[in-house]
Write a protein that binds this ligand. Structure first.
Ligand SMILES: Cc1cc2nc3c(=O)[nH]c(=O)nc-3n(C[C@H](O)[C@H](O)[C@H](O)COP(=O)(O)OP(=O)(O)OC[C@H]3O[C@@H](n4cnc5c(N)ncnc54)[C@H](O)[C@@H]3O)c2cc1C
Ligand SMILES: NC(=O)c1ccc[n+]([C@@H]2O[C@H](COP(=O)([O-])OP(=O)(O)OC[C@H]3O[C@@H](n4cnc5c(N)ncnc54)[C@H](OP(=O)(O)O)[C@@H]3O)[C@@H](O)[C@H]2O)c1
Ligand SMILES: *[C@@H]1O[C@H](CO)[C@@H](O)[C@H](O)[C@H]1NC(C)=O
Ligand SMILES: *[C@@H]1O[C@H](CO)[C@@H](O)[C@H](O)[C@H]1NC(C)=O
Ligand SMILES: *[C@@H]1O[C@H](CO)[C@@H](O)[C@H](O)[C@H]1NC(C)=O
Ligand SMILES: *[C@@H]1O[C@H](CO)[C@@H](O)[C@H](O)[C@H]1NC(C)=O
Ligand SMILES: *[C@@H]1O[C@H](CO)[C@@H](O)[C@H](O)[C@H]1NC(C)=O
Ligand SMILES: *[C@@H]1O[C@H](CO)[C@@H](O)[C@H](O)[C@H]1NC(C)=O
Length: 584
């Protein structure tokens, strides 16, 4: 394994910000008073000052936000449903519960919010016996497995030590994230009163003040702590805030496609069918014939991981598979059987075994003799604590909360709408979503987003007017080819452009209003690619690619020749894209 050539190649090194630093009191040469006034008239003005902020989550995004908000002088409260910080990187042998088939409504796909009996005085406590399932549901085990490898750029103030490998175990990443939390005094053993672990946000509502005007947010909170071997105590209460940052992660709601006949199979044989987020160790598949549905990162990495243990690994691929999927498949051993998409699960004969069940592929072939099926079919955005903003969710507002709500969360959970910079809710920018983009490096991109929140909410950077935010949104909508699953996807080109935008905007604001400046990510260095390729593919990307999937032409309509051509011509470009995609 190649060591890291330099400390945190991917993190901040260019002091682009310093080029705009100027002496205090000097006027900005490009802003005449006239221009300045015009700008002000077009700026968004918050109706109420923002002093107290809630952060939902204690994953990497939330921890960065906590740092920036505290530094900006806010009163901050952070709520995390799990018992420790780390988010996605808190691995446990305990796996999430089965994903229901057919899928439950996306707004409830992560958890069903839990409330105290109506009318009771808060805080209200109750004791549970036999708490394993309740605690599991409360904390939400994460979609990480024992052998998962990972990579992440460093947090600004905590560079990876020199010589740190590019490919890390997720245990190393967990330790690193927890060290970052400790550094900011918010680890679970720091007993920082600003932070509530074991506390799940059940509902976020817009609060009405005594005059009946919308004024900030009310959070409904539930804390669940073990009280004995087999018992726990739940306590509900509410807290009010001026602004809310949702940093609850993107991978909380697993999805399994609706395929004819599958429901009956699941009803009869739930133990034989799982989702990739439940995968923990390959030994569970010793000597088994395993069908993996999906060939993105999870599908292909799990396929690879169980290869030495399973009797046979079959992987079913979507016809819409694109070059990114071909890339993931390249890491799958050649003795993997690649098949096309599933058409249906044929009806089970009464009393028949799971193994005798028959699965029909879209091309008419029937496969049978499967011991276990893993659906590596991805995740959807789910915010059970914001039901009022979904297209079709049932929601009865509590007394004292606003009924004036406009949905912006599509019921299928495929994307999030009506955010400025994928960050501020345009209709009320006191609500923000952090870490929701795909095709970015979560750790380093959070720095830009959370600093923007800290500055805008402390009035040391300005949002444009509402009409200008909508105009920018429409442009983004057009650039990204409309709403859909790809809507929050950035990739290197947009990511670079966004970072430039944030640097320009936030550093200019720092010159004008004071406060922290921000550096750029170090620009792309070819060596980074080489390290990445070496550790991920053993350098193989320079060779020509054929996988069994390509040989069998399972990609249907897409032109394999041109895809292979893409590898040859643009392999560095492809690697660069992958590197910016949380892909390890
Ligand atoms: C299998 C897998 C592998 C990955 N590999 C990589 C990789 O190698 N490199 C990389 O950079 N990224 C990788 N990622 C992406 C990963 O999501 C990010 O690295 C990072 O964890 C995102 O941070 P976050 O804080 O936004 O979200 P998360 O880490 O998901 O944290 C969200 C937190 O919010 C909490 N929460 C959720 N709902 C509530 C609620 N209602 N109340 C209170 N708390 C709540 C959760 O418990 C969690 O702790 C991977 C993701 C997966 C699924
Ligand atoms: N560090 C690591 O090694 C690692 C490992 C795993 C995951 N991750 C990260 O975790 C995130 C989620 O990855 P993921 O792989 O779980 O989800 P994902 O990327 O959303 O992949 C789900 C895949 O399932 C496919 N699919 C859906 N329905 C299907 C069907 N009926 N038949 C066949 N295929 C079907 C989808 O194809 P379509 O899109 O064409 O519908 C898609 O390719 C990513 O950010 C990833 O980078 C990282
Ligand atoms: C926990 O409680 C449940 C229900 O009371 C009981 O069935 C179970 O055996 C208990 N487990 C232990 C370890 O005591
Ligand atoms: C928990 O269970 C263990 C083993 O069953 C027992 O020894 C211990 O006394 C129990 N503790 C409590 C607090 O009930
Ligand atoms: C694939 O081949 C390797 C190397 O021969 C072997 O160790 C492994 O068990 C095989 N796996 C499967 C699923 O056939
Ligand atoms: C259908 O796909 C299977 C699995 O890839 C393959 O073995 C078979 O030859 C295909 N059948 C047809 C009719 O194309
Ligand atoms: C599946 O379950 C149903 C009842 O839930 C039963 O009637 C049927 O026989 C079962 N099928 C098999 C194959 O076990
Ligand atoms: C890759 O394929 C091209 C076109 O078929 C061929 O010219 C080239 O020599 C091949 N490269 C390797 C490393 O096999």
């Amino acid at each position: 394994m190649l060591p890291r050539g330099r400390v945190c190649l991917l993190s901040f090194a260019l002091w682009i910000g310093s080029s705009v630093a100027r002496l205090p009191g000097t006027q900005h040469p490009l802003l005449t008073p006239h221009n300045d006034e015009k700008t002000r008239a077009d700026e968004y003005e918050f109706k109420h000052p923002i002093r107290k902020i809630a952060i939902i989550g204690a994953g990497p995004s939330a921890l960065v936000a906590y740092r920036d908000f505290v530094q900006a002088g806010f009163e901050v409260r952070l709520f995390e449903r799990d018992d420790v910080p780390g988010g996605n990187w808190h691995y446990t042998d305990e796996a999430p519960a089965d994903t229901p088939v057919p899928n439950v409504a996306i707004p409830l796909a992560d958890f069903v919010p839990s409330f105290p009996p109506p009318g009771v005085d808060l805080p209200f406590s109750t004791d549970y016996e036999s708490d394993t399932e309740i605690r599991k549901d409360h904390r939400g085990p994460k979609p990480v497995w024992d052998t998962l490898t990972s990579n992440a750029p460093s947090f600004q103030e905590l560079p990876w030590p020199a010589g740190t490998k590019w490919e890390l175990t997720h245990y190393q990443l967990r330790n690193y994230v927890r060290a970052f939390a400790s550094y900011h005094n918010i680890n679970s053993n720091d007993d920082n009163p600003a932070v509530s672990y074991n506390t799940r946000v059940e509902l976020v509502e817009k609060r009405l003040n005594d005059q009946g005007e919308e004024d900030g947010w009310r959070l409904w909170l539930k804390k669940l702590v073990p009280t004995g071997n087999n018992t726990s105590r739940a306590t509900w209460w509410t807290e009010d805030f001026d602004a809310v940052t949702v940093a609850s992660g993107r991978y909380n709601a697993a999805v399994i496609p609706s395929i004819p006949g599958l429901s009956e199979w699941v009803q009869n044989f739930s133990g034989h069918i799982s989702h990739s987020r439940q995968y923990r160790r390959p030994q569970a598949f010793e000597g088994k014939t395993v069908l993996i549905v999906g060939a993105s990162v999870s599908g292909s990495e799990i396929s690879r991981d169980i290869n030495a243990h399973a009797k046979q690994v079959i992987q079913s691929i979507h016809p819409a598979a694109h070059y990114r999927v071909i890339n993931y498949l390249r890491r799958v051993p050649q003795n993997t059987t690649i098949v096309s998409e599933i058409k249906q699960f044929l009806p089970l004969a009464s009393g028949a075994s799971f193994e005798s069940g028959q699965i029909e592929l879209k091309n008419g072939t029937i496969i049978t003799g499967i011991d276990h099926i893993i659906f590596a079919t991805g995740f959807r955005y789910s915010f059970p604590f914001l039901p009022q903003y979904y297209d079709d969710a049932a929601y009865v507002p509590h007394e004292g909360s606003s009924t004036d709500v406009t949905p912006f969360l599509p019921a299928d959970g495929s994307h999030i709408r009506h955010l400025h910079l994928d960050l501020f809710y345009i209709r009320d920018p006191t609500l923000a979503f952090l870490g929701m983009n795909l095709g970015t490096q979560s750790f380093s991109y959070s720095d830009y987003l959370s600093l923007a929140l800290a500055k805008v909410w402390s009035n040391t950077a300005k949002l444009p007017s509402v009409s200008e935010m909508w105009r920018m949104y429409d442009k983004v909508l057009e650039d990204r080819g409309g709403h859909g699953k790809h809507f929050q996807f950035l990739g290197p080109t947009r990511l670079t452009a966004n970072i430039r935008f944030f640097i320009g905007w936030l550093n200019e604001a720092a010159v004008k209003y004071g406060g922290k400046q921000i550096d750029g990510l170090q620009k792309y260095v070819p060596e980074v690619n080489d390290y990445w390729l070496y550790s991920h593919y053993g350098g193989a990307l320079k060779e020509n690619v054929t996988t069994k999937a390509m040989e069998a032409n399972l990609f249907g309509a897409i032109d394999i020749e041109s895809q292979i051509g893409l590898f040859q011509v643009d392999s560095q470009e492809v690697a660069y894209q992958l590197m910016f995609d949380d892909n390890w």
